[in-house]
Design a protein around this ligand. Structure first.
Ligand SMILES: C[S@@+](CC[C@H](N)C(=O)[O-])C[C@H]1O[C@@H](n2cnc3c(N)ncnc32)[C@H](O)[C@@H]1O
Length: 224
């Protein structure tokens, strides 16, 4: 599905969110200011066309090593056309090819909702994150306030598939987008799940009244 919309993905992301996705990624990266070490190993998991990794480099400086991991070749291909500063690796987010405790920072923009099991996704993140490392989730969670309920139950099912179909020719991908948001965890349940897995949840911020949320999670330091 993502291969099929890759050529229009960035344009539609910006158009459907009225360019708010750019601000949301920036704000998500800024949550790491004064927290992450200066030369990080960075993974943009479900990184698609690489906008999250690119925003990180612009906001916080070039990582020591930057990897964009995604299973869609079409999306990764576009990440490479845009920037040669990251390695693009085709992979499954639930079974990454990396050894444990490799990354200082893992970003995930609008990816957790697309995994067959977000719980297994968090397990894999925990495995490959260094102790003390950070995981940033930027996601459309299932609506849990009146504004997001109105947006995702009334407005989005009408305008997102129409605009998506008009520009990409793939109506089903944009119907899936709305369906996947409504079928995903609420941000409250996502936080609980992360805490049950032993993560520390440091910050949870609503983007534009809960259309999206950014969540900053830390893997606990190891005690000797
Ligand atoms: C909505 S896009 C998000 C792209 C990008 N992170 C952004 O901020 O715009 C979701 C991405 O997750 C990828 N994806 C979905 N399931 C995946 C999985 N199991 N393993 C790796 N990538 C996956 C898709 O190929 C797609 O590129």
């Amino acid at each position: 599905m993502f291969d099929g919309i890759a050529h229009r993905y960035d344009f539609l992301n910006h158009a459907l969110s009225l360019f708010r996705d750019v601000a949301w990624r920036k704000a998500s990266c800024r949550m790491l200011r004064n927290k992450a070490p200066s030369l990080v190993n960075l993974l943009d998991l479900c990184g698609g066309t690489g906008d999250f990794a690119k925003t990180y480099a612009q906001e916080l400086g070039m990582p020591k090593c930057s990897v964009i991991g995604d299973f869609s070749y079409g999306m990764l291909y576009r990440s490479v056309l845009k920037s040669k500063e990251s390695f693009a690796v085709q992979m499954d987010a639930l079974k990454t090819p990396f050894p444990g405790a490799l990354f200082d920072v893992i970003l995930n923009g609008f990816g957790m909702r697309n995994l067959p099991d977000a719980s297994l996704g968090l397990d894999e993140v925990k495995r490959i994150l260094k102790p003390g490392g950070y995981f940033v989730t930027l996601e459309f969670f299932a609506p849990s306030n009146w504004f997001s309920r109105f947006f995702y139950n009334v407005l989005a099912p009408i305008f997102i598939p129409i605009v998506g179909a008009f520009f990409s020719g793939k109506k089903e991908a944009y119907e899936y987008l709305v369906r996947s948001v409504r079928g995903f965890l609420t941000v409250e349940n996502y936080v609980l799940l992360a805490q049950q897995k032993g993560f520390e949840v440091e910050e949870v911020k609503a983007c534009d009244f809960g259309i999206a949320y950014r969540v900053l999670i830390k893997k606990k330091e190891e005690r000797l």
